[in-house]
Design a protein around this ligand. Sequence first.
Ligand code: MUC
Ligand code: MG
Length: 367
Amino acid sequence: MKITAVETVPYAIPYTKPLKFASGEVHTAEHVLVRVYTDEGLVGVADAPPRPFTYGETQASIVGVIERIFAPQLVGEDVFAREWIHGLLHRTVGNPAAKSALDMALWDITGQSCGRSVTELLGGHTDRMRVSHMLGFDEPRRMADEAQRMWDTYGITVFKVKVGRRPVHLDLRVCRALRSALGDKAELYVDGNRGWTASEAAAALREFDELGMTLAEELCPADDVLGRRWLVGQSRIPFVADESATTPAEVTRSLLDGSATAISIKTARTGFTHSQRVLFQCEGMGAEVVMGNQIDARLGTVCTVAFGAAYAASSRRAGELSNFLDMSDDLLTDPLMITDGTLAVRDGPGLGVVIDEDKLARYRQDR
Ligand code: MUC
Ligand code: MG
């Protein structure tokens, strides 16, 4: 089956509640919908969320690199020659979200062509994941209220708390408020998006221990090499690399040099193919993984759960699968339902999604 065309549609959908964190804030989902067309009439789809503050990509750069470089390389190639296609994409450095969207769209086509879901193709371990909800910066009371609302409405009991503000006690107050509002049954973990120095983070870690936090993510910059290693050495909980380990090679280096002991896998930046590589190398090296969130819309969330549910190691911990709830609208025709704190994989075939063309026409930015 040959690729006949690749389409990029930049679109913008506002959030009802912006997400704020140490490395930036997001008010509108300004993403790129990517569609891959084939000569057998199957169309694969995926979402590319630009994150200029982590990978340097913008909405315009994603459209540009796909239209000018990747699409001409891919048209005429066999959909199933995935490794060959990755070789072509690899000639261009960077651009992780653009490459990942193409990769996931190809898996979508592969699933459609054999009548199986992407989860079944990848590994088929289970059909749902527990959900973790990410809480952005706000006042302690409001963050606790949001968590309680997520628990009451969706049964979510796992929360990732954004930290990394100065002074450090701003975030410690939040963590204490959350623990006292939610009690011991809630699982809480923290993500600093590199906002603190290693010594600020070390002071916070001591308090996090007392509050029963289960993971600490990117509390200080991995580029502060010795400081980061020193910090990780004193963490009693897994220390997660997210934006500092975005390729299989970076993951290996982080684990071997002691700048992380666990890895966040985000399909938005490693697609399904490279997420597999990251997962398998983590398993081989004995490092835990968590399925992370790139502030995904519904389509990105479908991809995250499709991958996470496919393997035991990626579905053991709750996946970050709920931030689409804060969007004012979405491009998919069907809702995603979080029930009893879990999100099910879509039935498929492929990713099992349908784009609402009226909504795409309303939110697209190129016409
Ligand atoms: C995270 O885990 O860091 C914040 C920005 C982004 O792109 O993803 C997040 C979540
Ligand atoms: Mg993170």
